[in-house]
Design a protein around this ligand. Structure first.
Ligand code: ZN
Ligand code: ZN
Length: 266
């Protein structure tokens, strides 16, 4: 192996191909909400990145150049070859990117639909009025939802910054008027759904301690499980899990009833 020289040589064709391959993984990565696949993609990505760095070293390219190639901001769209400038490893032009994302949404939705567990199916039916799951939404709806979330997030950041900046009372205002003005501003923010960080944090804590979902989660963690692999292979489980199996069946039944309109709870 040659040691990297300070002055860099031109990258070989092999290096550029490896780089292109890696960029494709970064930019055209698909099926993001399937966690095991995302993990696998990340693993491949990191492996390929290591391979590329190693290849660069073997070719005597300076590490500086290798990392520059990995991070460079201008590139050509890997699909249509149009020149693009973008941060965060943008390797597709906006048009191709949009097309890829649509395709990605279509594929992942189909895959998710196929892999739904019974409880997910029941829950989706129960929630259908207030929330369409992402895999059932159109690409446009998903995008709109993302944009809304992003706008709310940005608004809350600006709100927080504004709160940190001490505002001064205009000279022509009395103290009373100034107080009222501030209250009006707070009210307007509330109406717009802008929440301060403290409010967001408080809400999270409150939900965490009070929502039935979390209570159940905590309860189960407190019970714990003493199943062993050997027992499980032999079709046996620990004493508490014997009860849990029944709880699970009961739970599924309850959700099934609700999803089919037989529940008196909702
Ligand atoms: Zn393109
Ligand atoms: Zn167990």
């Amino acid at each position: 192996m040659t040691t990297p020289t300070a002055k860099s040589k031109k990258p070989s064709k092999e290096f550029l191909t490896a780089l292109k391959d890696l960029k494709l993984i970064w930019d055209a990565g698909r099926i993001y909400f399937h966690i095991p696949e995302l993990k696998e993609r990340t693993r491949i990505k990191l492996q390929k990145q290591d391979d590329l760095v190693e290849l660069g070293r073997k070719e005597g390219l300076s590490p500086k150049l290798v990392y520059h190639e990995l991070r460079k901001e201008e590139s050509n769209c890997l699909i249509c070859n149009k020149q693009i400038v973008g941060r965060n490893h943008k390797f597709l032009c906006p048009e191709c990117n949009d097309r890829e994302q649509r395709q990605e949404h279509k594929e992942s939705s189909e895959q998710k639909k196929k892999a739904l567990t019974p409880i997910e199916r029941y829950v989706d039916k129960i929630r259908i009025d207030d929330e369409t799951p992402e895999y059932q939404s159109t690409f446009k709806q998903v995008k709109e939802h993302q944009n809304e979330r992003h706008a709310r997030h940005v608004a809350s950041i600006f709100g927080a910054i504004e709160k940190l900046t001490p505002s001064t009372k205009p000279a022509n205002m009395t103290n009373k008027e100034w107080q009222r003005e501030k209250q009006r501003n707070n009210l307007r923010e509330e109406e717009q759904g802008v929440k301060s960080w403290a409010q967001i944090e408080r809400n999270h804590k409150f939900e965490w301690k009070n929502s039935p979902w979390w209570i159940m989660d905590h309860t189960l963690k407190d019970i714990g499980c003493r199943c062993s692999a050997d027992e499980l292979r032999a079709g046996e489980c620990c004493k508490t899990c014997k009860v849990l199996i029944k709880v699970h069946e009961y739970l599924l039944d309850k959700f099934k009833d609700a999803s089919q309109g037989r529940s008196t709870i909702i």
